[in-house]
Design a protein. Structure first.
Length: 285
């Protein structure tokens, strides 16, 4: 399932939990790991602004070069050395790369160059910019928090076609040996249904939305999958369900949720979940 895993590491944040999870997944799936160390461009820009008044262009460039060297040295001595030791002990194929720029941009550039099956990253509260990649990547993104038990919560709703999430969740649960619980959320904040092409319907009554959800539960029951239905806001109900079962992983698909309320932009469902949820999340795009 995950043959080639990209593990991006920011110069601002070292996600040791993601490193351990990468090793765990690689042992299960025989994955190849690429650790991509990203020197955050904002650090270099800040150094440039601070020294702008006092130094010449060449002196500022020298300062930025010194910062790059320091970060690369840290990567060699700490991150890459730790990764090398960790992965070699487990006999896991491991490759290292370095780049500079904005976190999500660098990852997207790497995806354009190489084929990956999964992006695995850590969680840093309040760092929304890092998680822009979850809305832009065509590759699944796993945000690791290292909490919960061996249970997968797979979330479906009236706002998705509900095809990829059940399939991948079943495969994951089988491969990992974890328990699977399927949750269908009737999102009462956005009362439409989304078809297989991702098209949103006209507004539906709550009764119609619940009926569709109950049909989904019947289908899951026929396959022997434990499932339940709830009504409310998608983010809130997902988090409540994850807490109630202590989920080790939440699997969420692409949600075609309304993007504005009264003409104002709404922050994406994915970023809300990353910000508010204490459990690991796998976003399937």
């Amino acid at each position: 399932m995950f043959e080639n895993i990209l593990l991006p590491i920011s110069s601002e944040f070292y996600p040791r939990n993601a490193l351990r999870r990468g090793g765990f997944l690689a042992e299960i799936f025989g994955s190849r790991i690429t650790v991509l160390y990203i020197i955050e461009e904002k650090v270099l820009d800040n150094a440039d602004r601070v020294s702008d008044v006092f130094r010449s262009y060449y002196e500022r460039e020298e300062t930025k070069s010194d910062i790059r060297r320091d970060y690369l040295s840290a990567a060699d001595e700490v991150i890459f050395e730790n990764a090398k030791q960790f992965f070699e002990e487990k006999k896991i194929s491991f490759h290292e790369k370095t780049d500079r720029g904005e976190f999500s941009d660098v990852i997207q550039n790497e995806l354009n160059k190489e084929k990956y099956d999964l992006i695995l990253t850590g969680y840093e509260r309040g760092c929304f910019l890092h998680y822009r990649i979850i809305d832009e990547s065509h590759v699944p993104v796993w945000v690791e928090s290292d909490s919960g038990n061996n249970t997968i919560l797979a979330v479906c709703s009236n706002l998705a076609s509900n095809q990829k999430v059940p399939k991948m969740s079943v495969e994951l649960a089988r491969s990992l040996g974890w328990k699977l619980h399927m949750l269908y959320v009737v999102d009462t904040q956005d009362s439409v249904e989304v078809d297989e092409k991702g098209e949103r319907s006209d507004r539906k009554s709550e009764e119609d939305l619940v009926a569709t959800g109950e049909e989904f539960l019947k289908e899951m029951g026929k396959k022997g999958i434990e499932a339940s239905l709830t009504k409310g806001g998608l983010e809130k109900e997902t988090i409540n369900a994850a807490k109630s079962i202590g989920a080790g992983l939440i699997v969420v698909g692409r949600k075609q949720k309304k993007t504005t309320v009264l003409g104002l932009p709404v922050r994406s469902t994915k970023k809300k979940l990353v910000d508010k949820c204490e459990y690991s999340i796998l976003f399937i795009n």
